[in-house]
Design a protein around this ligand. Structure first.
Ligand code: AHM
Ligand code: MG
Length: 335
């Protein structure tokens, strides 16, 4: 490639440098990247093709589905079903685990995905993304049971997300740091643009939906109040705030210049366990953040160690620059 290394070349280089990445895992990552290319094209043309707006249905979370939530889920399911690399799939948009149709062979991996994260932003032309997490299926190529999908974050062997923004950029970890690949549309390949991504340990930028303030738990209330107190407050720093309402965009910013992102427990959603979903949002993003030197916690527990009990399980999420996340964890200890 004239202007850099392709995604597949990067993965082959990782193998050559001693990383244990099986050939079928390389294939699965590359096939997942193919679905991200197709989603790029679908999003690009959505307003021209009448594919914006709501679909008139709800997903298992009781959330209104956008037309593009369904389209992008179908793109991923239909493409990845045929690869012979997966034993099953779990999606934000589908209640039950998705099995591989009988006419296709099964592989030995499970993939979890949120096909269109931040989809409330799609109609207003703000960045959205696809998140995915890959684990080994506990029973190899057998048809997986629902329990087989309950894998904690530490079981992940690869995770990534693709942001559809001013450029389409894929962020990937296979457990050996974090790399970023931008889609070169002139050749149709994801090209390596940053390797060994590191999140600065300190930050003065937080991201939280302030409109929920009165529903947060006391430790988060106190931390944000202290941030707002600025340089004369207990944290001794003047903070900036951002809220895109697309986690993928927030995390991309944090990977680039540091920051802390919080979607904490909220009294209105306590019975659900929080807002963000463990298997296809919090776990893959946490794997990436930790691999970039950051930290990720519920406030009381490392997210990747949260016991997985359900495909659509939810957790509070606090992640980003290591020292800042540790500070928020300290606030929880004092409650
Ligand atoms: P989604 O997967 O249905 O898009 O929901 C997840 C998104 C996150 O990307 C984002 O951080 C959050 O929901 C925004 O929520 P809110 O609208 O409450 O600010
Ligand atoms: Mg999401």
């Amino acid at each position: 490639m004239q202007n850099g290394m392709s995604l597949k070349q990067y993965l082959i280089n990782q193998q050559r440098s001693g990383m244990d990445i099986a050939a079928d895992l390389v294939d699965l990552i590359c096939e997942t990247a193919v679905t991200c290319k197709e989603i790029t094209a679908r999003i690009d043309r959505a307003s021209l093709e009448g594919a914006l707006g709501v679909a008139g249905s709800e997903n298992v979370q009781g959330e209104e589905q956008k037309k593009l939530d369904i389209i992008t889920n179908d793109v991923m399911y239909e493409h990845l079903s045929t690869t012979g690399l997966l034993a099953g799939m779990g999606s934000e948009e589908v209640d039950d685990p998705m099995m591989i149709p009988n006419q296709y062979p099964r592989g030995r991996y499970l993939i979890y995905f949120d096909p269109l994260d931040g989809s409330s932003n799609i109609d207003v032309n703000i960045s959205v993304g696809t998140i995915f997490s890959i684990v080994e299926a506990p029973h190899g190529t057998d048809t997986p049971s629902p329990d087989d999908f309950h894998q904690s974050g530490t079981e992940q062997i690869a995770a990534g997300f693709c942001v559809y923004g001013p450029s389409t950029t894929l962020v990937l970890t296979v457990g050996n740091g974090v790399a970023m690949f931008t889609l070169d549309r002139s050749v149709g390949e994801f090209i390596l643009v940053r390797d060994n991504v590191q999140i600065p340990e300190d930050t003065q930028e937080f991201a939280i939906n302030m409109s929920n303030q009165r529903f947060w738990e006391p430790p988060v209330q106190k931390y944000i109040a202290d941030c707002l107190a600025g340089e004369t407050g207990p944290l001794g720093k003047r903070y900036n705030m951002r809220w895109v309402a697309s986690m993928v965009a927030e995390v991309f910013r944090i990977l680039t210049r540091g920051g802390i992102f919080l979607y904490p427990m909220d009294e209105r959603i306590r019975d659900k366990g929080g807002k963000l979903r463990l298997m296809y949002e919090a776990n893959p993003i946490s794997f990436i953040v930790e691999q970039a030197g950051g930290a990720s916690s519920t406030g009381r527990e490392r997210i990747m160690e949260v016991e997985a009990r359900a495909l659509h399980q939810r957790v509070p999420v606090i992640l980003g620059s290591k020292n800042e996340v540790e500070k928020v964890v300290e606030y929880h200890k004092g409650e």
